[in-house]
Design a protein around this ligand. Structure first.
Ligand code: SAM
Length: 146
């Protein structure tokens, strides 16, 4: 049996099981989806299959945090398990009044994100929306902080 994974993806805990989705020979390869099977191992899947995933997370968080001004919202379109939101939040001073909005069309991903963001250590206002993103947001962007 696999040992529980206690590692983290930056500020975000790595949640779920070890990814073995394509570990067995299959007669047919169905279309990839972001349902329960994928969501349950997603953190491990990204960590082990996306080259430099942790570095990408670190850079995304650092760059995004520059735009997090008081009274603004940070949107993550396709937030999956909430890893990026947690990493961005860790780069923003706790005194900055920022709200996080994660949007995803997979309820299973949002369920895991809710658990990760619901931990008391997150401590920021957030909202997770089950929605399909069909294009770019057109509202005025926040200015970068000096
Ligand atoms: C590759 S994952 C995102 C990974 C995430 N950026 C990270 O590094 O942790 C893509 C996510 O976007 C969601 N998704 C894909 N297309 C979508 C759409 N049109 N609307 C909403 N969610 C979508 C999927 O359910 C999945 O959770």
């Amino acid at each position: 049996m696999d040992k529980p994974d206690t590692t983290s993806l930056g500020a975000a805990p790595k949640v779920g099981g070890r990814d073995k989705l394509f570990g067995e020979r299959r007669e047919r390869i169905d279309d990839f989806d972001f349902g329960a099977g994928t969501a349950g191992v997603f953190d491990d899947m990204l960590d082990r299959s996306v080259p430099y995933y942790r570095e990408i997370q670190r850079m995304t968080a650092e760059l995004s945090a520059d735009y997090a001004a008081d009274g603004t919202s940070v949107y993550d379109l396709g937030c999956s398990t909430g890893t990026t939101i947690l990493n961005i939040a860790a780069q923003i001073p706790p005194t900055t009044d920022v709200r996080f909005i994660g949007l995803d069309y997979s309820p299973e991903m949002l369920e895991i994100a809710a658990k990760k963001l619901g931990s008391t250590s997150f401590g920021r206002p957030f909202e997770l929306r089950h929605a399909v993103s069909t294009g770019c947001a057109s509202s005025r962007p926040s200015p970068a902080r000096g």
